[in-house]
Design a protein around this ligand. Structure first.
Ligand code: FES
Length: 72
């Protein structure tokens, strides 16, 4: 990540029932561009920051609804 690249904070509610007693918030710094989607942001987290992050998606074309998330 270059020094002048813009980043956004993505705060994710995490919960692993076998390890965690309660859900907790985890914050990630994610580089972004103006044409980026939230799905691309969470994919960045999974690919580069924390491979244990899990979420659903399928078509990436606003057809199937698999990527529905509660945001803010
Ligand atoms: S992955 Fe988002 S609508 Fe299909």
């Amino acid at each position: 990540m270059s020094e002048n690249q813009r980043t956004i904070e993505i705060e994710v509610l995490r919960y692993h029932p076998e390890k965690d007693q309660v859900p907790y918030q985890q914050v990630f710094q994610v580089p972004f561009t103006d044409d980026m989607s939230v799905l691309q942001g969470v994919q960045y987290i999974k690919d580069y920051l924390d491979g244990s992050l899990s979420f659903r998606w399928s078509c990436r074309m606003a057809i199937c609804g698999s990527c529905g998330m509660m945001i803010n």
